[in-house]
Design a binder for this molecule. Structure first.
Ligand code: EPU
Length: 342
Protein backbone atom coordinates (compact mmCIF):
# COMPACT_ATOMS: atom_id res chain seq x y z
CA UNK A 1 0.00 0.00 0.00
CA UNK A 2 1.50 3.34 -1.09
CA UNK A 3 0.73 5.79 1.71
CA UNK A 4 1.70 9.49 1.81
CA UNK A 5 1.22 12.09 4.52
CA UNK A 6 0.14 15.73 4.34
CA UNK A 7 -0.60 15.87 0.62
CA UNK A 8 -2.05 19.05 -0.87
CA UNK A 9 -5.69 18.55 -1.93
CA UNK A 10 -5.18 21.48 -4.28
CA UNK A 11 -2.63 19.43 -6.25
CA UNK A 12 -5.09 16.51 -6.52
CA UNK A 13 -8.09 18.50 -7.79
CA UNK A 14 -8.55 20.44 -11.02
CA UNK A 15 -9.98 23.57 -9.33
CA UNK A 16 -6.63 23.75 -7.49
CA UNK A 17 -7.92 24.84 -4.09
CA UNK A 18 -7.85 23.20 -0.69
CA UNK A 19 -5.85 22.33 2.40
CA UNK A 20 -3.90 19.14 3.13
CA UNK A 21 -5.04 15.56 3.47
CA UNK A 22 -3.54 13.85 6.51
CA UNK A 23 -3.03 10.63 4.51
CA UNK A 24 -3.41 9.65 0.87
CA UNK A 25 -3.10 6.17 -0.55
CA UNK A 26 -2.90 4.86 -4.13
CA UNK A 27 -5.44 2.08 -4.67
CA UNK A 28 -3.94 -0.05 -7.44
CA UNK A 29 -5.34 -3.45 -6.42
CA UNK A 30 -8.30 -4.83 -4.48
CA UNK A 31 -5.82 -5.84 -1.76
CA UNK A 32 -4.75 -2.17 -1.46
CA UNK A 33 -8.39 -1.31 -1.02
CA UNK A 34 -9.12 -3.64 1.89
CA UNK A 35 -5.79 -2.76 3.51
CA UNK A 36 -6.59 0.96 3.23
CA UNK A 37 -10.00 0.54 4.85
CA UNK A 38 -8.40 -1.52 7.65
CA UNK A 39 -5.81 1.23 8.17
CA UNK A 40 -8.56 3.87 8.40
CA UNK A 41 -10.64 1.73 10.77
CA UNK A 42 -7.67 1.08 13.05
CA UNK A 43 -6.90 4.80 13.27
CA UNK A 44 -10.58 5.80 13.34
CA UNK A 45 -10.15 8.06 10.31
CA UNK A 46 -12.80 9.15 7.80
CA UNK A 47 -12.13 8.14 4.18
CA UNK A 48 -12.73 9.91 0.88
CA UNK A 49 -12.40 8.44 -2.62
CA UNK A 50 -10.81 10.62 -5.29
CA UNK A 51 -10.57 9.79 -8.98
CA UNK A 52 -9.33 12.52 -11.33
CA UNK A 53 -10.32 15.29 -8.89
CA UNK A 54 -12.20 17.02 -11.69
CA UNK A 55 -15.50 17.29 -9.87
CA UNK A 56 -14.30 17.88 -6.32
CA UNK A 57 -13.46 21.25 -4.80
CA UNK A 58 -11.11 21.42 -1.83
CA UNK A 59 -12.16 23.59 1.10
CA UNK A 60 -9.47 25.40 3.11
CA UNK A 61 -9.73 23.05 6.09
CA UNK A 62 -7.27 20.16 6.26
CA UNK A 63 -8.87 16.72 5.84
CA UNK A 64 -7.94 14.71 8.90
CA UNK A 65 -8.55 11.38 7.23
CA UNK A 66 -7.49 9.05 4.42
CA UNK A 67 -7.96 10.06 0.78
CA UNK A 68 -8.06 6.95 -1.42
CA UNK A 69 -6.73 7.67 -4.92
CA UNK A 70 -8.51 5.30 -7.28
CA UNK A 71 -5.96 3.79 -9.68
CA UNK A 72 -7.90 0.59 -10.53
CA UNK A 73 -7.47 0.49 -14.31
CA UNK A 74 -8.04 -1.97 -17.15
CA UNK A 75 -10.56 -2.60 -19.92
CA UNK A 76 -11.66 -6.17 -20.64
CA UNK A 77 -14.10 -7.52 -23.23
CA UNK A 78 -16.42 -9.95 -21.44
CA UNK A 79 -18.58 -10.96 -24.37
CA UNK A 80 -19.18 -9.96 -27.96
CA UNK A 81 -22.24 -10.60 -30.11
CA UNK A 82 -22.99 -9.58 -33.68
CA UNK A 83 -24.66 -6.34 -32.52
CA UNK A 84 -23.31 -5.61 -29.05
CA UNK A 85 -20.35 -5.88 -26.76
CA UNK A 86 -20.00 -6.14 -22.98
CA UNK A 87 -16.98 -4.63 -21.24
CA UNK A 88 -15.65 -4.70 -17.71
CA UNK A 89 -13.72 -1.52 -16.89
CA UNK A 90 -11.67 -0.62 -13.82
CA UNK A 91 -13.30 2.33 -12.05
CA UNK A 92 -10.05 4.30 -11.95
CA UNK A 93 -9.74 4.13 -15.75
CA UNK A 94 -9.71 7.53 -17.42
CA UNK A 95 -13.15 8.03 -19.02
CA UNK A 96 -11.69 9.60 -22.15
CA UNK A 97 -9.32 6.64 -22.60
CA UNK A 98 -12.35 4.34 -22.47
CA UNK A 99 -14.22 6.53 -24.99
CA UNK A 100 -11.22 6.37 -27.37
CA UNK A 101 -10.96 2.60 -26.92
CA UNK A 102 -14.63 2.13 -27.85
CA UNK A 103 -14.66 4.65 -30.69
CA UNK A 104 -11.55 3.17 -32.32
CA UNK A 105 -13.36 -0.18 -32.47
CA UNK A 106 -16.54 1.42 -33.87
CA UNK A 107 -18.56 0.67 -30.73
CA UNK A 108 -21.35 3.07 -29.97
CA UNK A 109 -22.88 4.40 -26.73
CA UNK A 110 -20.27 6.66 -25.13
CA UNK A 111 -18.82 8.62 -28.10
CA UNK A 112 -20.59 11.84 -26.97
CA UNK A 113 -18.85 11.57 -23.57
CA UNK A 114 -15.52 12.42 -25.24
CA UNK A 115 -13.20 14.84 -23.43
CA UNK A 116 -15.04 14.74 -20.11
CA UNK A 117 -12.23 14.86 -17.55
CA UNK A 118 -12.23 12.25 -14.79
CA UNK A 119 -12.45 8.54 -14.15
CA UNK A 120 -15.10 5.94 -14.94
CA UNK A 121 -15.96 5.64 -11.22
CA UNK A 122 -16.45 9.40 -10.92
CA UNK A 123 -18.61 9.38 -14.04
CA UNK A 124 -20.87 6.69 -12.54
CA UNK A 125 -21.06 8.35 -9.15
CA UNK A 126 -22.59 11.47 -10.71
CA UNK A 127 -24.07 9.86 -13.83
CA UNK A 128 -21.93 12.01 -16.13
CA UNK A 129 -23.59 13.04 -19.35
CA UNK A 130 -23.05 15.24 -22.36
CA UNK A 131 -24.53 15.85 -25.80
CA UNK A 132 -27.45 13.49 -25.32
CA UNK A 133 -25.68 10.52 -23.78
CA UNK A 134 -25.23 9.61 -20.15
CA UNK A 135 -23.35 6.78 -18.50
CA UNK A 136 -26.67 5.34 -17.18
CA UNK A 137 -27.68 4.39 -20.74
CA UNK A 138 -24.82 1.88 -21.13
CA UNK A 139 -24.18 0.75 -17.56
CA UNK A 140 -25.30 -2.78 -16.66
CA UNK A 141 -23.92 -2.77 -13.13
CA UNK A 142 -20.98 -2.09 -10.85
CA UNK A 143 -18.66 -4.15 -8.70
CA UNK A 144 -18.26 -2.46 -5.33
CA UNK A 145 -16.60 -2.93 -1.97
CA UNK A 146 -19.34 -2.58 0.63
CA UNK A 147 -17.82 -1.02 3.74
CA UNK A 148 -20.94 -1.84 5.79
CA UNK A 149 -20.20 -5.59 5.50
CA UNK A 150 -16.50 -5.47 4.48
CA UNK A 151 -17.14 -7.49 1.32
CA UNK A 152 -17.12 -7.21 -2.47
CA UNK A 153 -20.55 -7.36 -4.15
CA UNK A 154 -22.16 -6.57 -7.50
CA UNK A 155 -24.93 -3.97 -7.78
CA UNK A 156 -27.14 -3.90 -10.90
CA UNK A 157 -27.81 -0.50 -12.46
CA UNK A 158 -31.48 -0.65 -11.35
CA UNK A 159 -30.28 -0.35 -7.73
CA UNK A 160 -28.17 2.75 -8.33
CA UNK A 161 -30.96 5.36 -8.73
CA UNK A 162 -29.13 7.03 -11.60
CA UNK A 163 -30.71 10.32 -12.63
CA UNK A 164 -29.45 13.75 -13.65
CA UNK A 165 -25.96 14.04 -12.08
CA UNK A 166 -27.05 11.84 -9.20
CA UNK A 167 -26.93 8.28 -7.86
CA UNK A 168 -27.01 6.41 -4.53
CA UNK A 169 -23.25 7.16 -4.37
CA UNK A 170 -23.55 10.95 -4.15
CA UNK A 171 -27.10 11.66 -3.03
CA UNK A 172 -28.13 12.48 0.54
CA UNK A 173 -31.70 11.31 -0.06
CA UNK A 174 -33.27 8.50 1.95
CA UNK A 175 -32.16 5.11 0.63
CA UNK A 176 -28.89 6.52 -0.73
CA UNK A 177 -25.54 5.23 0.38
CA UNK A 178 -23.04 8.09 0.21
CA UNK A 179 -19.68 6.91 1.55
CA UNK A 180 -20.74 3.26 1.90
CA UNK A 181 -19.37 1.79 -1.33
CA UNK A 182 -16.09 1.94 -3.24
CA UNK A 183 -16.88 1.26 -6.93
CA UNK A 184 -14.14 -1.05 -8.20
CA UNK A 185 -15.34 -1.86 -11.74
CA UNK A 186 -18.17 -1.20 -14.17
CA UNK A 187 -19.91 -3.50 -16.63
CA UNK A 188 -20.95 -1.62 -19.77
CA UNK A 189 -22.99 -2.65 -22.80
CA UNK A 190 -22.02 -0.93 -26.06
CA UNK A 191 -23.58 -1.38 -29.49
CA UNK A 192 -22.27 -1.89 -32.96
CA UNK A 193 -24.94 0.27 -34.61
CA UNK A 194 -24.71 4.05 -34.90
CA UNK A 195 -26.25 6.57 -32.50
CA UNK A 196 -30.06 6.58 -32.96
CA UNK A 197 -32.74 9.29 -32.85
CA UNK A 198 -32.47 13.08 -32.77
CA UNK A 199 -29.06 14.41 -31.81
CA UNK A 200 -28.43 17.01 -29.06
CA UNK A 201 -29.10 20.49 -30.50
CA UNK A 202 -25.59 21.96 -30.57
CA UNK A 203 -24.14 18.65 -31.81
CA UNK A 204 -26.62 18.47 -34.69
CA UNK A 205 -26.02 22.17 -35.48
CA UNK A 206 -22.25 21.58 -35.65
CA UNK A 207 -22.64 18.54 -37.94
CA UNK A 208 -25.10 20.39 -40.20
CA UNK A 209 -22.76 23.39 -40.49
CA UNK A 210 -19.97 21.04 -41.60
CA UNK A 211 -22.33 19.18 -43.97
CA UNK A 212 -21.68 15.92 -42.09
CA UNK A 213 -24.47 13.35 -42.20
CA UNK A 214 -22.75 10.16 -41.07
CA UNK A 215 -23.13 9.12 -37.44
CA UNK A 216 -20.17 6.82 -36.98
CA UNK A 217 -18.91 6.91 -33.35
CA UNK A 218 -15.64 8.47 -34.58
CA UNK A 219 -17.52 11.26 -36.39
CA UNK A 220 -19.66 12.05 -33.33
CA UNK A 221 -16.62 11.86 -31.04
CA UNK A 222 -14.62 14.24 -33.28
CA UNK A 223 -17.54 16.70 -33.36
CA UNK A 224 -17.92 16.61 -29.57
CA UNK A 225 -14.17 17.12 -29.13
CA UNK A 226 -14.34 20.16 -31.43
CA UNK A 227 -17.34 21.68 -29.63
CA UNK A 228 -15.86 21.04 -26.19
CA UNK A 229 -12.50 22.55 -27.20
CA UNK A 230 -14.33 25.73 -28.23
CA UNK A 231 -16.43 25.98 -25.05
CA UNK A 232 -14.70 24.23 -22.21
CA UNK A 233 -11.38 25.24 -20.67
CA UNK A 234 -8.38 22.98 -21.20
CA UNK A 235 -7.95 21.24 -17.84
CA UNK A 236 -4.18 20.93 -18.42
CA UNK A 237 -3.72 24.70 -18.39
CA UNK A 238 -6.80 26.10 -16.66
CA UNK A 239 -8.09 25.46 -13.14
CA UNK A 240 -11.81 24.62 -13.18
CA UNK A 241 -14.28 21.82 -12.41
CA UNK A 242 -16.23 21.91 -15.69
CA UNK A 243 -19.83 22.96 -15.12
CA UNK A 244 -19.87 24.52 -11.67
CA UNK A 245 -23.67 24.60 -11.39
CA UNK A 246 -26.24 21.95 -12.23
CA UNK A 247 -28.96 22.73 -14.68
CA UNK A 248 -32.34 23.43 -13.04
CA UNK A 249 -34.80 20.57 -13.24
CA UNK A 250 -38.43 21.65 -13.58
CA UNK A 251 -41.80 19.88 -13.77
CA UNK A 252 -43.43 19.51 -17.15
CA UNK A 253 -46.30 21.68 -15.85
CA UNK A 254 -43.89 24.66 -15.51
CA UNK A 255 -42.44 24.46 -19.03
CA UNK A 256 -45.07 26.43 -20.97
CA UNK A 257 -45.35 29.27 -18.47
CA UNK A 258 -41.54 29.61 -18.29
CA UNK A 259 -41.37 29.80 -22.09
CA UNK A 260 -44.02 32.51 -22.13
CA UNK A 261 -42.45 34.48 -19.31
CA UNK A 262 -38.86 34.27 -20.64
CA UNK A 263 -38.91 34.02 -24.45
CA UNK A 264 -35.83 32.16 -25.68
CA UNK A 265 -35.23 30.34 -22.39
CA UNK A 266 -33.48 27.03 -23.22
CA UNK A 267 -35.56 24.21 -21.70
CA UNK A 268 -34.84 20.66 -22.81
CA UNK A 269 -35.90 17.15 -22.02
CA UNK A 270 -32.67 15.39 -20.92
CA UNK A 271 -33.05 11.72 -20.00
CA UNK A 272 -36.48 11.89 -18.40
CA UNK A 273 -36.23 15.33 -16.77
CA UNK A 274 -37.05 18.79 -18.06
CA UNK A 275 -34.05 21.08 -17.56
CA UNK A 276 -33.50 24.82 -17.77
CA UNK A 277 -29.93 25.59 -18.95
CA UNK A 278 -28.30 27.32 -16.00
CA UNK A 279 -25.58 28.77 -18.26
CA UNK A 280 -28.28 30.85 -19.94
CA UNK A 281 -29.57 32.08 -16.56
CA UNK A 282 -26.06 33.17 -15.50
CA UNK A 283 -25.48 34.88 -18.84
CA UNK A 284 -28.85 36.70 -18.68
CA UNK A 285 -27.95 37.86 -15.16
CA UNK A 286 -25.05 39.71 -16.83
CA UNK A 287 -22.27 37.65 -15.25
CA UNK A 288 -20.68 35.96 -18.25
CA UNK A 289 -16.98 36.87 -18.43
CA UNK A 290 -17.00 38.64 -15.04
CA UNK A 291 -14.16 38.22 -12.54
CA UNK A 292 -15.57 37.72 -9.03
CA UNK A 293 -13.07 37.31 -6.17
CA UNK A 294 -10.50 35.74 -8.47
CA UNK A 295 -13.05 33.39 -10.04
CA UNK A 296 -13.81 34.01 -13.72
CA UNK A 297 -17.25 33.21 -15.11
CA UNK A 298 -16.07 31.74 -18.41
CA UNK A 299 -16.55 33.97 -21.43
CA UNK A 300 -17.31 30.93 -23.55
CA UNK A 301 -19.78 29.09 -21.27
CA UNK A 302 -21.28 30.86 -18.27
CA UNK A 303 -21.80 27.63 -16.32
CA UNK A 304 -18.07 27.25 -15.91
CA UNK A 305 -16.08 28.96 -13.17
CA UNK A 306 -12.35 29.28 -13.70
CA UNK A 307 -9.99 29.73 -10.78
CA UNK A 308 -7.82 32.54 -12.14
CA UNK A 309 -6.55 34.02 -8.89
CA UNK A 310 -8.77 32.90 -6.01
CA UNK A 311 -6.68 32.97 -2.82
CA UNK A 312 -8.70 30.31 -1.09
CA UNK A 313 -12.04 28.52 -0.88
CA UNK A 314 -13.66 31.60 0.69
CA UNK A 315 -13.03 33.51 -2.54
CA UNK A 316 -14.76 30.76 -4.50
CA UNK A 317 -17.65 30.72 -2.00
CA UNK A 318 -18.07 34.52 -2.32
CA UNK A 319 -18.17 34.25 -6.13
CA UNK A 320 -20.67 31.39 -5.92
CA UNK A 321 -22.94 33.34 -3.55
CA UNK A 322 -22.88 36.40 -5.84
CA UNK A 323 -23.92 34.29 -8.84
CA UNK A 324 -26.58 32.35 -6.94
CA UNK A 325 -28.03 35.62 -5.57
CA UNK A 326 -28.12 37.33 -9.00
CA UNK A 327 -29.90 34.39 -10.66
CA UNK A 328 -32.29 34.04 -7.73
CA UNK A 329 -33.20 37.71 -7.90
CA UNK A 330 -33.81 37.74 -11.64
CA UNK A 331 -35.44 34.33 -12.16
CA UNK A 332 -36.35 32.93 -8.72
CA UNK A 333 -34.28 29.75 -9.35
CA UNK A 334 -31.67 28.64 -6.80
CA UNK A 335 -28.56 27.34 -8.56
CA UNK A 336 -26.97 24.26 -7.02
CA UNK A 337 -23.25 23.59 -7.03
CA UNK A 338 -22.28 20.54 -9.08
CA UNK A 339 -18.83 19.60 -7.67
CA UNK A 340 -18.57 17.87 -4.30
CA UNK A 341 -16.46 19.39 -1.55
CA UNK A 342 -13.57 17.82 0.35
N1 EPU B 1 -26.11 28.79 -22.80
C1 EPU B 1 -26.13 30.17 -22.76
N2 EPU B 1 -25.03 30.79 -22.24
C2 EPU B 1 -23.95 30.13 -21.80
C3 EPU B 1 -23.94 28.72 -21.83
C4 EPU B 1 -25.04 28.07 -22.35
O1 EPU B 1 -27.08 30.81 -23.15
O2 EPU B 1 -23.00 30.79 -21.40
C5 EPU B 1 -27.25 28.11 -23.40
C6 EPU B 1 -26.85 27.53 -24.76
O3 EPU B 1 -27.03 28.46 -25.78
C7 EPU B 1 -27.79 26.36 -24.90
C8 EPU B 1 -27.98 25.90 -23.46
O4 EPU B 1 -27.59 26.98 -22.63
O5 EPU B 1 -29.04 26.80 -25.39
C9 EPU B 1 -27.19 24.65 -23.12
O6 EPU B 1 -25.82 24.90 -23.31
P1 EPU B 1 -24.76 23.74 -23.60
O7 EPU B 1 -25.29 22.82 -24.62
O8 EPU B 1 -23.46 24.40 -23.86
O9 EPU B 1 -24.69 22.90 -22.29
P2 EPU B 1 -24.77 23.27 -20.74
O10 EPU B 1 -26.20 23.15 -20.28
O11 EPU B 1 -24.04 24.53 -20.45
C10 EPU B 1 -24.52 20.77 -20.05
C11 EPU B 1 -23.69 19.98 -19.08
C12 EPU B 1 -22.27 19.82 -19.60
C13 EPU B 1 -22.34 19.12 -20.94
C14 EPU B 1 -23.21 19.96 -21.89
C15 EPU B 1 -23.43 19.29 -23.22
C16 EPU B 1 -24.58 20.36 -16.87
C17 EPU B 1 -24.44 21.09 -15.58
N3 EPU B 1 -23.68 20.66 -17.80
O12 EPU B 1 -23.93 22.07 -20.12
O13 EPU B 1 -21.58 18.98 -18.69
O14 EPU B 1 -21.06 18.97 -21.49
O15 EPU B 1 -24.52 20.14 -21.31
O16 EPU B 1 -24.28 18.22 -23.08
O17 EPU B 1 -25.45 19.51 -16.99
C18 EPU B 1 -20.26 19.11 -16.72
O18 EPU B 1 -21.22 18.60 -16.12
O19 EPU B 1 -19.17 19.40 -16.12
C19 EPU B 1 -20.40 19.44 -18.12
C20 EPU B 1 -19.48 20.10 -18.78
Amino acid sequence: MKLSENTSISALTTMRLGGNARYTVDIETLADLTEAYEFARAKNLPTYILGGGSNVVGTDADFNGLVMLNRLTGIEVISEQSDEITLCVGSGEDLDTLVDYAVQRGWCGIEALAAIPGTVGGAIMQNAGAYGQEIAQVLLGVDVYDTAFAKFVHLPTADLKLCYRSSIFNSMEAGSAKGRYFITAATLRLHKCEIQGNLYGSLQAHLSEQGITDRQPQTICDAVNTIRALKLPDSRTTASSGSFFKNITVDESQVESLRQRYPGIPIYMIGNCWEVASGWLVEQAGLKGQLLNGMRVSEKAALILINESARNYDDLAAAREAIVAAVKEQFGFTLEQEPEEL
